[in-house]
Design a binder for this molecule. Structure first.
Ligand SMILES: Cc1cc2nc3c(=O)[nH]c(=O)nc-3n(C[C@H](O)[C@H](O)[C@H](O)COP(=O)(O)OP(=O)(O)OC[C@H]3O[C@@H](n4cnc5c(N)ncnc54)[C@H](O)[C@@H]3O)c2cc1C
Length: 399
């Protein structure tokens, strides 16, 4: 089967790897230039970690973990109010977790398909026409080609989704939060940990990257739903939102790049159907969770893997394959989207009273005795590809 994948991110690269393994011919078109981009850090666990294991990539990923050993929550007056260490996180998640740069995961996935799958950078689709027998695609440079199947893996603002299913506003659920991030020089004493500083309605996060001397400043704040903010206006918008903020925020804002940086709303994608004819969506394109789930990358890999498995099981019946893939993943995505919404509100309370409650509760619950409670809060983030053998191993480890 000749498969076009629009988007060479986490979902697209994973899907390309597994389609190739199953004997298909995937081609990836990726809008961005080849090579690593700056970006942001991700927590990586659960199904994605399991799929990475099946691809033989765990050791490579583990070797490129960020220098972050714990997550610290600080307050303007009281200083450190709570700490979450890796051991507790892994207990809650019922398995290992890695702190990585998003670009590291992409880099490792890209290396896994190098010389096997054709990846065309600085290319994207401009038009799609489906018939019973094939999908005809016109690319941005005017070139045309036909494929058996088109996979939209082009992220939360998916172009494939727009062309085939309709414009983004139909599928977007805005959480009334925005985020922004960019690299900054390390702050001495804060270079080996992730630190969250929260005020009513806004949070500043600082964490290390894979480059010595460089951290990421991430800003998460309550905002109305808004469209894309022009790059030239972003710095002013961020400074205005964080006026009079405490902790090191003013220093971090001093490094804001005036020529643009990542800024977006927290938007989940909810669609009644993830496939239409010979076109199917995976990853954020159909089920964006937002960063507060800390599961988006993991489920993007799950989507790529499960779709390839389904097409391998039904090579002559893409409709059945698409339906099977969607049936398996949709309930998991819906549940984690729901928790991500709750998590966003809890992470950045709107009021002083909410913040005071957070400061009281956090040190009480971030403890071993509260693992069952924390698991209820986070939900089941373990792999959805579990086997009886995995479960036995878990039980033995827990004893
Ligand atoms: C700040 C931040 C923090 C996050 N933290 C976490 C975390 O801790 N844990 C976690 O699991 N997830 C986290 N996420 C979410 C996670 O990054 C996403 O869920 C995941 O990357 C989705 O993978 P994807 O492949 O579907 O989309 P993406 O990774 O967005 O990849 C889409 C790809 O498609 C390309 N593309 C876009 N449009 C086109 C086009 N028209 N033509 C061709 N190519 C196109 C893009 O360049 C990109 O390479 C975070 C996200 C952000 C923004």
């Amino acid at each position: 089967m000749k498969v076009l994948i629009s988007g060479g991110g986490i979902a697209g690269l994973t899907c390309a790897y597994w389609l190739f393994q199953k004997g298909h011919t995937p081609v990836v078109v990726e809008r961005a230039e080849a090579g690593p981009v700056g970006g942001y850090g991700i927590d990586f666990s659960g199904t994605g970690y399991e799929v990475a294991g099946r691809m033989g990539l765990r050791d490579q990923l583990a070797a490129r973990q960020l220098r972050s050993d714990s997550i610290t929550f600080v307050h303007a007056v009281e200083g450190v109010t709570a700490r979450l260490n890796r051991r507790l996180v892994e207990k809650v998640l019922r398995g290992p977790y890695l702190a990585l740069m998003h670009s590291t995961l992409e880099d490792v996935l890209a290396a896994a398909i190098r010389d096997k799958v054709e990846v065309r950078h600085r290319q994207s689709i401009a038009a799609v026409h489906q018939s019973d027998a094939r999908v005809d695609v016109t690319f941005a440079d005017g070139a045309q080609a036909s494929f058996d199947v088109l996979v939209g893996a082009d992220g939360v603002h998916s172009r494939t989704r727009e062309l085939v299913f309709g414009a983004e506003p139909r599928w977007a659920r805005h959480l009334d939060f925005s985020m922004a991030c960019y690299p900054v020089p390390d702050i001495p004493g804060l270079a080996d940990t992730r630190t969250h500083f929260t005020e009513p309605g806004r949070q500043t996060v600082l964490y290390p990257t894979d480059k010595v001397g460089t951290s990421i400043a991430l800003f998460l704040y309550r905002s109305g739903p808004h469209g894309s903010i022009p790059r030239a206006e972003r710095a002013a918008r961020l400074r205005a939102t964080y006026t009079d903020s405490g902790w090191h925020t003013a220093q971090l804002l001093g490094h804001v790049p005036d020529d643009g940086f990542f800024m977006d709303t927290l938007t989940q994608i909810e669609m009644p159907r993830w496939h239409c004819g010979r076109v199917v969506l995976i990853g954020d394109a159909c089920g964006a969770l937002t960063l507060t789930s800390a599961q988006g990358a993991s489920l993007a890999m799950a989507g790529g893997y499960l779709l390839a498995e389904a097409l391998a099981a039904h090579p002559r019946d893409h409709e059945t394959a698409f339906a099977g893939y969607e049936e398996q993943l949709r309930p998991v995505v819906a549940e984690r989207q729901r928790r991500a919404r709750t998590m966003a509100r809890g992470l950045v309370p709107a009021t002083r009273v909410g913040l005071a409650a957070q400061r009281l509760i956090m040190p009480l619950v971030l403890r071993d005795v509260c693992v069952p409670l924390l698991r209820r809060g986070f939900g089941d983030t373990s792999s959805i590809l579990r086997t009886a053998a995995n479960d036995m191993m878990d039980m033995e480890t827990a004893q």
